[in-house]
Write a protein of this length. Structure first.
Length: 257
């Protein structure tokens, strides 16, 4: 699993051809890199919003998505992948922490391209949800509607229920979270876990706890309302209830449920 190149890595290798790896002996940046490890609908955008609010962190965009890189290069024709990373990460002497969102496959991409060596230190924050079924249902709905955050324009698409589709996403979430854990252990990068439900309940407490773990002083910072809103609605509740109903029937031995 970890040895396989993901879709984004395969495309990025083609985009930059022989300019894929960082080859310098010394880091380019004195500031640390914060990898925001995520699975879809895990609350990573919400956490990123609060971290940027604090003024100590910047970034946390989708800069490792091949589509985003292609759009970016149309206006800024970087010749190598490290050049691209260097530009989006900002000035080498810029204070604070720069972060980027990454799936487990994109973290592997960063390692294979030696991008981690561009920074003086690498930190990893991993957003997870306790309610894995709710996360899978949310992903299934967003996959159909293409409304990945509340900031996206409403499409008017009515999502359909499909337990097979939801179960497939659920299992992928479990595998992906395990892969992030394994990569952090293999690379010797401490993984700081932020639980979405706890972040929703008390963002000030959770962000301050994380900042303390990262040895970042937030001063008297207090959070304000995030840019994005929670999207969960009656459709999410109905799909989750239908899944539980099907699973209860299956576990009771009721065939064809």
């Amino acid at each position: 699993m970890l040895s396989e190149e993901g879709e984004h890595e395969r495309r990025i290798r083609v985009i930059f051809d022989d300019g894929f790896e960082w080859t310098a002996a010394e880091p380019r940046f004195k500031k640390p890199l914060v990898i925001l490890a995520f699975t879809n609908r895990s609350g990573s955008n919400l956490l990123a919003d609060y971290l940027r609010q604090s003024g100590r962190f910047r970034g946390f965009g989708e800069g490792l998505n091949a589509d985003e890189i292609e759009r970016n290069l149309a206006a800024n024709p970087d010749t190598t992948f490290p050049d691209y990373i260097a530009r989006v990460a900002g000035a080498p002497e810029e204070p604070g922490y720069w972060g980027i969102k990454a799936s487990w496959a994109q973290i592997a991409l960063l390692k294979r391209a030696n991008i981690l060596s561009m920074f003086s230190r690498v930190l990893m924050v991993h957003t997870v949800r306790r309610d894995l079924l709710g996360q899978a249902v949310s992903h299934w709905i967003a996959h159909q509607t293409n409304e990945w955050t509340s900031a996206h324009k409403r499409t008017g698409i009515e999502p359909r229920f499909d337990i097979g589709g939801i179960e497939g996403i659920l299992m992928d979430i479990v595998r992906s979270n395990a892969a992030i854990d394994m990569i952090s252990q293999v690379l010797g990068i401490q993984r700081h876990v932020v639980v979405y439900e706890q972040l929703q309940d008390d963002p000030a407490r959770e962000v301050r706890r994380l900042a303390a773990e990262l040895d970042v002083d937030l001063g008297d910072w207090m959070p304000h309302a995030p840019r994005i809103a929670r999207q969960r609605n009656e459709t999410n509740e109905r799909f989750s209830a239908l899944c539980r109903q099907r699973w209860r029937a299956a576990l009771s031995g009721a065939r064809g449920a």
